[in-house]
Design a protein around this ligand. Structure first.
Ligand SMILES: [Zn+2]
Length: 88
């Protein structure tokens, strides 16, 4: 995508991430799957680096999912299962 490298979504792990420009000229990066969004008025590069700084590593994500499942906290089991599915 124009040589811009976007990391997977930090919230759902999806690779379905795109960048675009909003009605006020703001550039943003958004996840198709969960609508997580990072925007910037300082150019697309800024939005992208903001997104990538927010993204976490796939292994970290799996580790967090494991910990949540082990902890058996109400409400996070579904979240963990979703993440696991999203990152394969
Ligand atoms: Zn997402």
């Amino acid at each position: 995508m124009n040589g811009i490298e976007l990391k997977p979504c930090p919230f759902c792990g999806s690779d379905d991430v795109f960048c675009s420009q909003g009605p006020e000229g703001e550039d943003y990066v958004e996840c198709w799957d969960c609508s997580a969004k990072v925007e910037s008025y300082n150019g697309l590069g800024d939005a992208v680096s903001g997104w990538n700084a927010r993204a976490i590593d796939r292994d970290d994500l799996l580790k967090v999912a494991d910990e949540c499942e082990r902890a058996d906290v109400d409400g996070v089991i579904d979240w963990a299962a979703r993440n696991r599915k999203a990152v394969g």
